[in-house]
Design a protein around this ligand. Structure first.
Ligand code: WQD
Length: 339
């Protein structure tokens, strides 16, 4: 009998790619999603890729009654991977309470429902934003956490602390995965980043500009102390990220974790600037990207890239895809949206 894994937010960008990898590894995937930032058709797309339709329940984690009823219907869930959260950095600065309520209450409800159902394995979707602007690079898990530049980033740090406290006090075994910058799409181009509205993030805005949906890409600042003055990030293929979640949930299921609450950075260890991304995209696709230099975006850090050594050694996971592949898959996905 295949082990059941709950994926909250599984109709979303990283959640859907992780659901594909879990199914392909032989797990039975149960997705709950409130569809506030995803479409139900993603469930069918996952089925197209893997040949098996995940069990899907439209449910809001902030409704603890519905959540308890869900666990009552599924008493044998072996572990959960928790993606469901609001994730727009600048929206969180405009509506902090919406973010604190949804992201914190949702996580607390999930933890309470898991304890009630004797489900003790949790992988949590966190973010490198908890480091703020690190004092030294590359940034390892031992780096001090800083007050994030946004309520969104703060909710990630707070959820990690809530999960750690619960793990120390009860039977929860947890792993927090701190993503750097996820980009790209599944090789089939059947799932990818579905930006609803104007994209905040660089790569979807770039591919929409290349596709003629946007007039011009704004490069937020060219006066940072980097090789070309533009911001540097550690971009990671979403499929690499999905595979790291498989490694993490397996580590918990096999009780190989060395502490009740572990943390891993998920990055490639290489940083690229905004101009590097634009130039590489143009090289890989042959499509020019109209862009203009504008002022810095408030709240942006200057540069960050990961020390992925702990995940490489402990999880036995290493990013496989290079920047060319990431951007090629992002472009293939963008072109599929025109169809
Ligand atoms: C990347 C670089 C911008 C848009 C955030 C969150 C992080 C994660 C990913 C959720 C920066 C520049 C961007 C544009 C630009 N979110 N840029 N023009 O801000 O590093 O990370 O999104 O999980 O937690 O913090 O990502 O893609 O917005 O920016 O020049 O139109 O691209 O200044 O240097 P960011 P991003």
């Amino acid at each position: 009998m295949a082990e059941k894994i709950l994926v909250t937010g599984g109709a979303g960008y990283i959640g859907s790619h992780t659901s594909v990898v879990l199914q392909e590894a032989g797990y039975e995937v149960l997705i709950i999603d409130n569809l506030s930032n995803a479409r139900a058709e993603v469930i069918d797309r996952i089925a197209e890729i893997t040949g098996k339709k995940p069990d899907f329940t439209q449910l809001d984690l902030c409704n603890s009654e519905d959540l308890h009823a869900f666990f009552d219907r599924h008493p044998d869930i072996a572990g959960a991977i928790h993606f469901a959260a609001h994730k727009s950095v600048n929206e969180s600065s405009r509506f902090p309470l919406k973010y604190y309520h949804n992201n914190l209450a949702g996580t607390i409800n999930l933890l309470q429902a898991m304890e009630r159902a004797n489900c003790h394995n949790l992988v949590f979707s966190s973010s490198c934003t908890v480091y703020g602007q690190p004092d030294q690079l590359p940034v390892s898990e031992e780096a001090p956490l800083k007050k994030a530049f946004s309520p969104y980033g703060n909710t990630k740090r707070m959820c990690e602390e809530i999960i750690r406290d619960q793990a120390e006090a009860n039977s929860l075994q947890a792993i927090a995965l701190r993503y750097f910058n996820p980009i790209g799409a599944h090789e089939s181009a059947r799932i990818g980043e579905l930006p609803l509205g104007v994209p905040n993030n660089l790569v979807p805005y770039l591919t929409q500009t290349a596709a003629g949906k946007r007039e011009s890409l704004k490069v937020f600042g060219q006066d940072y102390s980097t090789h070309d003055g533009t911001g540097i990030r550690d971009y990671i293929h979403v499929t690499d990220l999905a595979e790291a979640h498989l490694k993490a949930i397996k580590r918990l299921l096999k009780k190989e974790n060395k502490a009740s609450a572990e943390v891993f950075n998920l990055g490639t260890g290489t940083g690229y600037s905004v101009m590097d991304i634009i130039r590489t995209f143009e090289k890989v696709t042959g499509v020019r990207v109209k862009h203009e230099i504008t002022d810095r975006r408030a709240g942006d850090i200057e540069k960050v890239w990961a020390d992925p050594g702990k995940a490489n050694q402990e999880l036995g996971w290493k990013a496989r895809f290079g920047l060319d592949d990431m951007l090629r898959s992002a472009w293939k996905w963008e072109q599929s949206l025109k169809e």
